[in-house]
Design a binder for this molecule. Sequence first.
Ligand code: GLN
Length: 276
Amino acid sequence: MSSIGELLASAQLPDSDTALLDVELLLARVLGKSRSYLHTWPDKQLSAGQLEALNALLERRRQGEPIAYLLGRQGFWTLDLEVSPATLIPRADTERLVEVALELAPSSMARVLDLGTGTGAIALALASERPGWTVLGCDLQPEALALALENRQQTGLAAVDFVCSDWFSALQGQVFDLIVSNPPYIASDDPHLAQGDVRFEPASALVSGKDGLDAIRHIIASAPTYLAPDGWLLIEHGWQQGDTVRALLQTKGFTAVQSWQDLSGHPRVSGGQWHG
Ligand code: GLN
């Protein structure tokens, strides 16, 4: 038998910046309790089944599996979202995209499209802040769409719509005041793909051609057809892609082209306005 306190003191830690936190989160998950419970009841004994479940999760964590996939949950904006290996784990950097979108679009009524919505994170975060907006999320992957619908259900943001679409392919004839996207933008030979959490995330959500810009080029080339006059296009991109993405937007004819910085001070979101 092992108590919570003994386990926290002796667990073989994963090789992670957040090793002890990871153990606490997994232990809390196995017990179906909060992290504060662990510190309030250090003498509580785990059953054999709980211990086995914990050891299995710890082993997967030591193999590098992202904590969000082990827990099946990730916080994003104010939302607690379900995640799965079908799609990208929402990142704090992407909250910057949400902030910028909220600043730029008219607060009362706007038609908004989230291209490649994955878990639905961006679409749901925007809808949670702007009940008057009409928000549509699209994704090509059926498993991602199922997850987005599950998250819609869990967050109670019933007004958000989700459709299956290969970028704009299923959206003919529709126009939006704001189009946002966190597309795949990593170059296919980027060595980071062999490190950390991204090893467990689907390539379709991460990688986009030789220079990582295939999806971004496609979105910028196609978006004007789907933008209302004065509508905005906002795209998340890699921290070294800001100059290129702004140049693509300018060449296409977008105005007010600019970039916004992420939490590390790198240009992470770029966008422009379309006058039609
Ligand atoms: N920001 C992610 C990373 O660098 C990539 C996400 C994406 O390609 N959209 O791990």
